[in-house]
Design a protein around this ligand. Structure first.
Ligand SMILES: CC(C)(COP(=O)(O)OP(=O)(O)OC[C@H]1O[C@@H](n2cnc3c(N)ncnc32)[C@H](O)[C@@H]1OP(=O)(O)O)[C@@H](O)C(=O)NCCC(=O)NCCS
Length: 173
């Protein structure tokens, strides 16, 4: 797959069911309801991105600017189809959101990751390195305290501060 031919765009509600199927193909991501994916592609489209290759959805990032902290973009889920992995697509999708006009005031990135998700830790550590920013880790949702012992602890990852100059350089790496 030639990643240079992948088109990145703001999602529209019409993609909701394709997002639902992509997330289902990308364990260990939690599959949300299709309704949730529709809301992501509708109300959160400005801070989400769809990656299309030959009209197929091969990647999706959902995110939102934290309402009380407009300087922080929270990345909800990152999904890249098997065939498209290892080509920098996850990094490019996050950079695409960060460089949009609505994110020009954003200089922190947050997400949450379970301890065993090696790919996700690698992705966000790599982003922190490329943005030349600190990566802080703390507990966000604890297995016993918040998750009824049904789901592994989610660690909050906070990266920043960074500036738009560094975001622009992310696209070209
Ligand atoms: C994790 C995932 C999103 C990575 O997507 P990707 O497009 O392959 O990632 P990229 O090619 O942009 O990689 C970015 C960086 O992360 C590293 N990385 C990504 N996946 C990795 C893995 N499984 N193991 C080790 N490093 C990994 C790359 O080496 C790269 O680092 P570098 O630029 O410093 O060399 C993808 O494997 C996926 O969808 N996994 C299943 C769902 C999931 O776990 N999502 C993340 C939770 S939010």
């Amino acid at each position: 797959m030639n990643v240079d031919k992948v088109i990145l765009k703001e999602p529209q509600a019409g993609l909701g069911s394709l997002v639902h199927r992509l997330i289902s193909r990308c364990p260990p991501l939690d599959a949300n309801s299709m309704y949730c994916n529709l809301l992501q592609t509708h109300h959160f489209s400005k801070t989400s991105v769809a990656a299309l290759y030959q009209s197929q959805l091969v990647g999706f990032v959902s995110g939102y600017v934290i309402p009380e902290r407009p300087d922080t973009l929270f990345i909800w889920q990152v999904a890249v189809d098997d065939q498209a992995r290892g080509k920098g697509l996850a990094r490019k999708m996050i950079a695409e959101i960060l460089q949009r006009p609505g994110c020009h005031h954003v200089n922190y990135l947050e997400t949450s990751i379970t301890a065993s998700n090696v790919g996700s830790w690698s992705l966000f550590q790599s982003l922190a390195n490329k943005l030349e920013a600190e990566l802080d880790k703390s507990v966000l949702f604890d297995r016993d305290r918040h998750l009824d012992d049904l789901h592994d602890t989610e660690y909050l990852v906070r990266i920043g501060p960074f500036d738009q100059f560094k975001v622009a350089s992310l696209i070209n790496q």
